[in-house]
Design a protein around this ligand. Structure first.
Ligand code: AMP
Ligand code: ZN
Length: 115
């Protein structure tokens, strides 16, 4: 599984940086965002290092599907019952700050800090 030693989310996967985990399996990790915009704000990431959404290929179709399927399941587990928002920022103009693919999943009662 590809791993970038300089990547902060790879370090979270490896347990070198602490995180508040919400879900983990062989392929994926979900943890609470350190600067939440919403009452519940988790990041779903693949354990393997893929820098951006733009780098996903057909070989990642199953992994991408797993990420998409986890979001509603996790929100339900976390008690979010009135809808949620998913966001993937890609590249400089997409506002991506951490270059390890991640899906923001946000829910909980409004108002939220952003969006
Ligand atoms: P993006 O702009 O989509 O790349 O967002 C990166 C997100 O990662 C931001 O919402 C940050 O608050 C979050 N983040 C950065 N470092 C950590 C960390 N160590 N633990 C949890 N969330 C983090
Ligand atoms: Zn990484």
């Amino acid at each position: 599984m590809s791993h970038d030693p300089n990547c902060i989310f790879c370090k979270i996967v490896a347990g070198q940086i602490p995180s508040k985990k919400a879900y983990e399996d062989e392929h994926l990790l979900a943890f609470h965002d350190i600067h939440p915009w919403a009452p519940v704000h988790v990041l779903i990431i693949p354990k393997q290092h893929i820098a951006t959404h733009a780098e996903l290929g057909t070989e990642h179709a199953e992994l991408a599907g797993r990420m998409l399927l986890l979001a509603p399941r996790l929100m339900k587990e976390l008690g979010v019952g009135n809808g949620f928002r998913t966001v993937i920022n890609t590249g400089p103009d997409g506002g991506q700050e951490v270059y390890h693919l991640h899906m923001h999943v946000m829910g909980g009662p409004r108002p939220w800090l952003k969006g």
